[in-house]
Design a protein around this ligand. Structure first.
Ligand code: F0G
Length: 417
């Protein structure tokens, strides 16, 4: 039996019907009595389990906490978050050539990325276990979200960033929300190694997506997409395309689908194909899918203008790779030029996203051109972060400002009208 199978009774260690299970060996642990991020026995990733899984009817309200019945608590440290738009993008839909294309713009969350969904749950858990310092490694968005939610929750926050590789808007957010910012001489993966060591030594409470509670919050992206798409189209999407860094979202969406299937709320044939997209310069997940391996090979050298996903060691790969495979999805790498083109394409539809987010659309275009995605498909692309997160990239991808004189006549002359 795969330990990704949700069946099995409630273990004695469960707190109020919630516990942790190792996805590798199946060992179970209490959820809140002690701090733990990986399995004591085999170091495998942990997953949150419930004795009771919800049906659609149990969801009420709006945003992340609409889905409280699928989460460990009824409410969290909230700004609030979730309830993001599913945009129509008609020109892009016909240009790429699919039956339906919707864009789920997670850049519309309070700190401008999907990370808020994970933090509202993660910081709530931090309060439950009673920690006094939160920390994360980050390519930027996680640090912005943790700083804001840490501030909201009144807990000290420490963030480790790869020096010189984080977009200014994200550093500004972490800074103003009062986090201590450590700029590490190394890439994101080095930052994560260090913060994991700090967490193991009990110096900090880790809120990277290794923390299984973060992924519970991010599961609500899947629940929202399914509900919104069903309300608008009368069915579920065939495919969800998303940018991949640490593969936390991919893992979270897969867990969402597994839980819904477990209660019969989603039929096996209705599960969307999870389709991951990485920048060609940082694509260990794509490599693992192509080579059929169970984990990724760590890429020491990574580079891309999509700095949010400049990651060579996706820690959630063991959770996410089965998700891509079992839903009939795939993973694809896109070029730097394709990322900028997709960023412009989305902007032309009024949807402003940062480069990493544009990967989903770039990946969909490539897969459609290759014939991997069919013309009859109904697709949702996830855009994970707001345009203003990386203003420099937007300026580079956008139009040039034109200097004009400071008079109406001068402006009219310049315009030639
Ligand atoms: N898109 C954006 C805008 C991100 O910031 C991230 C991850 C991803 C996609 C990838 O998501 O890790 O779940 O596969 N950013 C992290 C951070 C690493 O530190 O902000 P994933």
């Amino acid at each position: 039996m795969s330990h990704l199978d949700l069946r099995g009774g409630t273990p004695a260690c469960a707190d109020d019907g919630v516990w942790l299970t190792c996805i590798e060996c199946g060992e179970t642990f209490a959820a809140f009595q002690e701090v733990r991020y990986t399995c004591d026995d085999c170091d495998g990733l942990l997953e949150v389990r419930y004795d009771d899984l919800p049906t659609w009817e149990e969801f009420a309200g709006t945003g992340v906490w609409r889905y409280a019945a699928a989460l460990p608590f009824d409410e969290g440290v909230s700004l609030p978050e979730g309830a993001t738009q599913l945009h129509d993008v008609p020109r892009l839909e016909s240009d790429i050539g699919v039956d339906r294309l919707r864009v789920k713009h997670e850049g519309m969350n309070p700190t401008g990325s999907f990370k808020d969904r994970g933090m509202t749950v993660g910081v709530r858990v931090a309060k439950e276990v009673g920690v006094d310092r939160l920390a994360c490694a980050s390519t930027g968005n996680t640090s912005a979200a943790l700083a804001a939610y840490g501030a909201r929750g009144g807990i000290e926050t420490l963030v480790l960033l790869p020096r010189g590789k984080v977009a200014a808007g994200k550093v500004a957010q972490a800074s103003l929300h009062g986090a201590r910012i450590l700029e590490v001489d190394g890439n994101f993966d080095t930052c994560l190694d260090i913060v994991q060591d700090l967490a193991r030594q009990g110096k900090v409470y880790l809120l990277n997506s290794l923390n299984p509670f973060r992924l519970e919050g991010q599961k609500t992206i899947g629940l929202e997409i399914l509900e919104q798409f069903r309300d608008e189209e009368g069915s579920y999407p065939d495919r969800i395309v998303l940018p991949v860094g640490n593969a936390g979202n991919t893992a979270a969406l897969y867990k969402c689908f597994r839980e819904l299937q477990e209660t019969g709320a989603l039929a096996p044939a209705e599960v969307p194909a999870l389709t991951g997209v990485q920048a060609a310069g940082a694509a260990p997940m794509v490599e693992a899918i192509q080579e059929g391996t169970e984990d990724t090979r760590r890429w020491e050298e990574v580079e891309t203008r999509a700095t949010a996903i400049r990651i060579g060691n996706p820690v959630n790969a063991p959770k996410a790779l089965p998700g891509i495979r079992e839903t009939g999805g795939t993973a694809v790498a896109v070029s730097e030029e394709a990322i900028t083109r997709a960023q412009r394409d989305l902007a032309e539809e009024g949807v402003g996203v940062e480069p990493a987010s544009a990967c989903s659309v770039a990946g969909l275009r490539k897969l459609r051109e290759q014939g991997v995605v069919g013309a009859g498909e109904q697709v949702v692309c996830l855009t994970t972060g707001h345009l203003l997160k990386d203003a420099e990239a937007a300026v580079r991808a956008g139009t040039e400002p034109e200097p004009v004189p400071g008079t109406t006549g001068g402006v009219l002359d310049y315009l030639g009208d």
